[in-house]
Design a protein around this ligand. Structure first.
Ligand code: PLP
Length: 441
């Protein structure tokens, strides 16, 4: 019945059918706005994503794009990494999803491996199917640990789109249409040490902070800021929750971005790259302070140990997802992926900085960490135009959600030097094209 949807190299007649069906079903049964907004949908010959392989994403006719968007940070190992596929297939030959009754050895071993690599004394892992969901769970854990219900988040933050995660997210157009969210969030300016004492009080259950803001525009804060947040959390007994959904699992050139700042959080959330580019895997990892909590008047308080089902769900930590995450560890270690991310990111950042200096009328700043670079244009309109130009030159990028002047560049760490140079040429040509046809010209 659906054979035509599973051919890696479809014939012309099937390509036409797939294109028509994709457009009409998006319009009538899915998310019609995407037809209007997606860059690819404006160009029917490239509209449908068909095959991913390593650094490349191909449309139905086999036209390739260098993927520097990487599913918003998912593909540090590229598309369909052969070792990740092998481990997932091996797991699937035995068992795919979790019965929920017997114990799950893949999830157990993975938890130990995550804990081994995590900063400080992080120890207890819960799995979920997306970053927002893990952040929701983290808010609940902090509330249980402290017996408090207030939280602090930061300007330009992004923590996901579920109700609680959105309450922590500071982007008005994402929040406003939905009315009042969790009312218990105080917003403090990101990277601002002043007045932390006023925001982080003894009523606060947790402070949720990105160690580098992704959707805010790849904003790298000072070490002093993050350390001051840490110190204040300790002082008032609040849980320090570091959201590493985008920064974690190698994107910054370390397992955890917190390592760059010598940070020891009480609770970290992970997602995106954790599934090896193949599985919808996210996680929360907590230390004993967050997991067991404490209550002044109840010395026997056991926190999360009291009810193991408080933060679980049906699909989380499946054998399929855990096989992909375990495989990612094997590849990172075997192929030195963290070092590759750091070295290739440094090269790309230096090249983009040079280009920015040659085009100050268009580019405001280049910043980033590891293989995670923000290229900030002077206006959001320029951000859109440069992303459009890059798309026409077969390079996929996107603007960051909370700062659309900034283009995010986050390719797989397996990108070759030749591909990096192709990306740089595309950037140079895109800037030239935009400079020669300014807005309104
Ligand atoms: N937290 C951060 C820092 C993110 O960048 C994102 C997504 O971009 C999320 C949470 C939400 O993750 P998900 O889209 O998997 O729910």
């Amino acid at each position: 019945m659906f054979d035509y949807l599973f051919n890696a190299y479809p014939e012309e007649a099937d390509r036409k059918r797939i294109l028509d069906e994709t457009f009409s079903n998006y319009r009538e049964h899915m998310n019609p706005g995407f037809i209007e907004y997606k860059r690819s949908a404006k160009n029917p010959s490239h509209a449908v994503e068909w095959r991913g392989e390593g650094v490349m994403m191909y449309d139905m006719s086999g036209h390739g794009f260098i993927d520097c968007l990487g599913g918003y940070g998912v593909f540090l190992l590229g598309h369909r990494h052969p070792h990740v596929m092998k481990r997932v297939q091996q797991a699937m030959e035995r068992i795919g999803l979790y019965s929920q009754e017997l114990l799950n050895p893949l999830a157990a071993v993975l938890s130990g491996e995550i804990a081994k690599r995590a900063p400080g004394d992080l120890q207890y892992v819960y799995y979920h199917c997306g970053g927002a969901e893990s952040n929701e769970a983290a808010l609940k854990m902090a509330r249980l640990a402290t017996g408090r219900t207030r939280h602090v988040s930061f300007s330009k933050s992004f923590h996901g789109k579920t109700t609680g995660a959105l309450a922590a997210t500071n982007r008005i157009p994402l929040r406003q249409p939905f009315g009042s969210l969790l009312p218990s969030f105080q917003v403090h300016t990101y990277d601002d040490i002043d007045n932390l004492d006023h925001s982080i009080t003894t009523e606060v259950a947790s402070v949720i902070v990105e160690p580098v803001q992704g959707e805010g525009g790849i904003n790298v804060p000072s070490r002093e800021f993050l350390q001051a947040v840490r110190a204040r959390c300790t002082e008032v007994g609040a849980i320090m929750h570091v959201d590493e959904v985008q920064s974690g699992w190698g994107r910054s050139g370390r397992w955890f971005c917190s390592e760059h700042f010598g940070l020891e959080p009480d609770l970290v959330t992970l997602g995106k790259a954790l599934g090896g580019g193949m599985a919808t895997q996210s996680a929360l990892i907590a230390n004993s302070r967050a997991f067991h909590g404490h209550r002044e008047n109840d010395p026997d308080f056991r926190g999360m140990e009291k009810n193991p089902w408080w933060l679980t769900n049906t699909f989380a930590g499946s054998q399929l997802s855990c096989a992909a995450s375990l495989a990612s560890i094997e590849v990172y270690e075997h192929d030195n992926i963290l070092q590759q991310a750091e070295d290739k990111g440094a090269w790309l950042k230096a090249q983009l900085t040079e280009l920015a200096m040659q085009n100050p009328q268009l580019v405001r700043e280049v910043r980033g960490i590891g293989l995670w670079i923000g290229f900030e244009l002077q206006t959001p309109e320029l951000g859109t135009r440069i992303a459009d130009e890059l798309f026409m030159r077969d390079v996929l990028v996107a603007q960051t959600i909370n700062n659309p002047s900034t283009i995010r560049i986050q390719p797989p760490a397996i990108i070759t030097q030749e591909q990096l140079e192709t990306v740089m040429n595309a950037f140079a040509d895109s800037l030239k094209a935009v400079a020669s046809a300014p807005v309104g010209a």
